[in-house]
Ligand binder design. Structure first.
Ligand code: SF4
Length: 351
């Protein structure tokens, strides 16, 4: 075990070059830094004593003045549809959620990027929590390391940044985590299997496009007109729909990847034929697909789920207009698996 009482430097989340610097500062060869990097992210090791290819004296030093803080599992729930939901405790007592969603051929880890969220989308449980703080790169990566340690190398095949928080509002930590996740010497996951989901922070979409990371982008659209979007997503007041669509086009053109638009179907609000027509007009000329998500009602929030027939009619209207559309079935409903529901439930229980 590292020495939490005395230690100073948290090393989970450090990049390869930061670890090399840490070692160089001790007048030792930088390659030890690369070895630590692989232990941390390639082998999910959080004990310096187990880093057996490091000199014993270095392991003892690291034990004295560094620490590796894994997440603490506070709650675990498994849905009848096999979706798994984890509530983790962080070193300052904050809580975040991670969801594991097995499908026929893939298992997707849905990770959080912030504690709570500042964007307050009207239909979202996390939106009721407000923003406590950003996660560090280490805390983002730790969610995935936990899953691999618990369930093995194949714990997940895909990652979506669709848990608590707006990932592009924690841009630097997100990018640092993505570099570790995709590095062959780190977590070695293909960028093709990673999706960053944003509510539409337009300037950061452009920045991510130019970052060279090449991950997939999903945009939470949820309404096809500026006025409707503003009603359910306050972020739309800052980042207008026309600018968002042009940033989406820029991303698709720059990265060469099809954009996904997420559209949560809220009964009586955005599920009419008129809404479908507006959505098709907005998306038809883009290299994109539309994911329809029939709403998973959140206790205390004012929205309902449309009937199956209404969902199918909406999807058919889009398809007839030439939009690539899928309907995503809601997973883990019996364990409150939608983003933020477990944490919101706990926070309200404690207040
Ligand atoms: S939907 Fe996403 S961006 Fe909106 S409040 Fe919830 S976590 Fe934040």
């Amino acid at each position: 075990m590292s020495n939490p009482a005395k230690s100073t430097t948290e090393i989970l989340g450090l990049s390869k070059s930061e670890l090399e610097d840490l070692i160089r500062s001790r007048k030792l060869p930088a390659f030890y830094g690369r070895q630590i990097y692989t232990w941390l992210y390639g082998r999910q090791c959080h004990e310096f004593s187990e880093m057996t290819d490091l000199p014993l004296a270095l392991r003892d030093q690291l034990q004295e003045d560094c620490r590796i803080t894994p997440l603490v599992e506070l709650e675990f729930a498994k849905s009848t549809d096999t979706t798994e939901k984890y509530l983790f405790g962080l070193s300052d007592g904050a809580e975040i959620e991670t969801v594991l969603i097995p499908d026929r051929k893939t298992t997707t880890a849905c990770v959080s990027s912030q504690v709570g969220c500042a964007l307050a989308c009207r239909f979202c449980a996390t939106g009721t929590l407000n923003l406590t703080r950003d996660l560090t790169a280490g805390e983002i990566v730790a969610q995935l390391l936990f899953l691999r340690e618990k369930k093995g190398e194949r714990a997940f095949s895909n990652i979506v940044f669709m848990g608590m928080g707006e990932p592009l509002n924690n841009y630097d930590a997100l990018v640092k985590a993505l570099e570790i996740i995709t590095d062959p010497a780190g977590m070695a996951l293909s960028k093709r299997r990673i999706t960053v989901s944003t509510s539409g922070v337009t300037p950061k979409i452009r920045r991510l496009a130019e970052s060279g990371l090449g991950v997939n982008l999903a945009i939470s659209l949820h309404a096809a007109t500026q006025s409707k979007r503003e009603k359910i997503m306050p972020v739309a007041q800052t980042f207008a729909l026309d600018k968002l669509i042009s940033a989406a086009r820029f991303y698709a053109d720059t990265v060469g990847k099809r954009i996904t638009f997420e559209y949560v179907l809220l009964k009586g609000f955005n599920d009419t034929r008129e809404d479908a027509m507006a959505l098709s007009a907005l998306t038809r000329k883009l290299d994109c697909k539309v994911n329809l998500l029939p709403y998973n009602p959140v206790p205390g929030l004012d929205f309902d789920r449309p009937e199956k027939d209404e969902v199918n009619r909406f999807a058919a209207t889009l398809a007839n207009k030439g939009v690539v559309v899928t309907v995503r079935t809601s997973r883990g409903r019996d364990v409150a698996a939608a983003c933020g529901q477990l944490a919101a439930k706990r926070q309200k229980g404690n207040s």
